[in-house]
Design a protein around this ligand. Structure first.
Ligand SMILES: [Zn+2]
Length: 201
């Protein structure tokens, strides 16, 4: 493809295309919009991106995004400590927080069981979860994994382990479309799914 832009813009377009949902034309439009920014704004924006590797960490407790050892949710003394909501990825926590109807803690699995892709239990953050549960005080586990085949398999596997440990295990009720990305589910749907979660016997 012959380039119509100087290399600095061309490289920016290539970089922007790595973002989800950004195609060639959008990347071009975004890159060109930067050309209208004051120089200091551009430098600040670049510095923000450059700081991500230093500033962004993961909570040593739940695996949520954090800028300190512990995320704001784990550090909040007003959160319920007897219930843990298990999600696949940290990006799903803000979606549940937006419902405003969950006051417990979280645990990020870092994926789910995918037998066909050779992703077994050892690829999930289960050791960390077991450590938290062994510390005591947890009464209920809510499984907020996706509702497709792999999500169901992961939920069944986790439910088996935690029920055996004497915990109450529930799963978000139907209401999330199959294969839905929980990170982008709307708050009302999620709130309904949380409030009518069903207990796994
Ligand atoms: Zn945390």
């Amino acid at each position: 493809m012959a380039s119509n832009y100087p290399p600095v813009l061309e490289e920016l377009i290539v970089g922007l295309r790595r973002l989800p949902g950004v195609g060639a034309r959008t990347a071009e439009r975004l890159a060109l919009s930067f050309t209208g920014w004051p120089a200091d704004d551009l430098r600040n924006f670049g510095a923000l991106l450059a700081a991500i590797p230093e500033r962004l960490r993961f909570c040593t407790g739940c695996g949520n995004f954090a800028e300190a050892e512990t995320c704001p949710i784990c550090a909040d003394p007003h959160r319920q400590r007897d219930v843990i909501c298990i999600v696949e990825q940290a990006i799903q926590i803000p979606a549940i927080e937006k419902t405003g109807c969950y006051r417990g803690l979280y645990h990020v699995l870092g994926g789910r069981l995918e037998p066909l892709a050779d992703k077994g239990p050892e690829t999930l953050r289960l050791a960390e979860l077991r450590t938290r549960l062994a510390a005591g005080g947890v009464r209920e586990i809510i499984l907020a994994v996706s509702s497709d085949v792999e999500g169901e398999a992961t939920a069944a596997w986790l439910a088996h382990e935690f029920r055996a440990a004497g915990l109450s295990v529930s799963r978000l009720a139907a209401g999330l479309p199959v294969g839905a990305d929980l990170g982008y589910a709307d708050a009302a749907t999620l709130a309904a799914a949380l409030n009518s979660r069903r207990r796994l016997e």
